[in-house]
Design a protein. Structure first.
Length: 347
């Protein structure tokens, strides 16, 4: 017998639930979604998506598999629930207009929350590039009787979509990203959709912060590759991380992106960022890495410690070791392969 979405999401939202309980619940929820939508293929197999002018749009199969990043799914559901409740109960909005960008075929960061609300409280729009995702979404929405929650379901490239309605959205959810904002079009879509967000509206995630850090990757990766064989390797790995040298927050993506960065007058389709000096004494910390922190909403945060795919450490394999007394030039490259560019220069 199919367990109800409400039963599943209440377990996920419960702070007292164990990781095992949450994993089993998400697996059950995903299984129901796959069955209802008849989504074919290996659900955990990564496939190449569609390369668009602003980044990669994941295939419906790959997008659906993101639900199995259990910490990510749990924290996004908790953060979005908190944001919706604040808008309804504190701000006093009568019916929230929500846009969910890049929901994939199952809209797993929002759809499981719907049984907790009345259809008069939420007016939802969805936009996804792949018609296959749109078809699956319609099947799910019809199966669960959620039709009255939805205003429109759009098949389009979100980075180019023109919102022609007179209203603005109270909440825009965008989860089209990978670690260090690489590959997928999170930055381009946020830059574009920020104009459609009401002045007091919430962007989810609220902010994505990228930090530049110096590390000794040989020590860190060699120890972690042992998969915690014993206590001493765990200590060695922790010690290597503790010796990292924090340099600076180099980029923050939030609803004020147009105010914070000159995205209208780009040089070579790049956002130029401030240079960062390298300390005079760095010891064995010769590798530049980028760390990602995702503030989903308020105090609901994803960081490296959460071991989610969105916040794994990022490093450029083509970038050689750094040296003392130099500085690092940073920029963010937009386009079909978005990513951070880094270059060491002598002061």
């Amino acid at each position: 017998m199919e367990s109800s979405i409400k039963e599943n999401v209440e377990i996920i939202l419960n702070e007292q639930s164990t990781y095992g309980d949450i994993k089993a619940t998400i697996d059950n929820l995903a299984g129901n979604f796959y069955r209802i939508t008849n989504l074919a293929g290996n659900i955990k197999k990564a496939e190449h998506g569609t390369i668009l002018p602003d980044g990669e749009a994941l295939t419906p199969q790959t997008a659906a598999g993101c639900i199995f990043d259990y910490v990510r799914t749990t924290k996004f559901l908790r953060g979005i629930k908190k944001a919706i409740d604040l808008q309804l109960n504190v701000v006093g909005k009568k019916r929230l207009k929500i846009m969910y960008v890049g929901p994939g075929p199952h809209a797993t960061l929002l759809l499981p929350l719907l049984p907790l609300y009345d259809e008069t409280q939420l007016e939802i729009s969805l936009i996804d590039f792949h018609q296959g995702s749109i078809d699956s979404l319609n099947l799910l929405i019809s199966h669960y009787g959620f039709d009255k929650f939805f205003n429109e379901i759009i098949c389009d490239n979100a980075a180019d979509y023109h919102h022609k309605k007179e209203y603005l959205y109270d909440m825009i959810i965008i989860e089209t990203m990978q670690k260090a904002l690489s590959v997928e079009p999170q930055v381009a879509i946020t830059n574009h959709f920020s104009q459609y967000l009401a002045k007091d509206g919430f962007l989810i995630p609220e902010a994505i912060k990228i930090f530049a850090v110096l590390a000794d990757l040989q020590s860190e990766l060699s120890s972690s590759s042992r998969k915690w064989i014993n206590f001493w390797f765990k200590i060695k790995h922790a010690d290597a991380k503790n010796k990292r040298i924090f340099l600076k927050e180099i980029f923050a993506l939030d609803k004020n992106i147009k105010d914070n960065y000159d995205t209208l007058n780009l040089t070579e389709n790049k956002i130029i960022l401030p240079a960062v000096p390298i300390p005079n004494k760095i010891g064995r910390m010769r590798n530049l890495i980028l760390l990602t922190e995702i503030i989903i909403f308020d105090d609901v945060i994803l960081s490296e410690e959460d071991e989610t795919g969105l916040t794994k450490l990022y490093f450029d394999q083509n970038l050689g070791p750094c040296g003392e007394g130099k500085k690092i030039l940073f920029s963010y490259m937009l386009g079909s392969y978005p990513r951070f560019l880094m270059e060491f220069v002598t002061v």
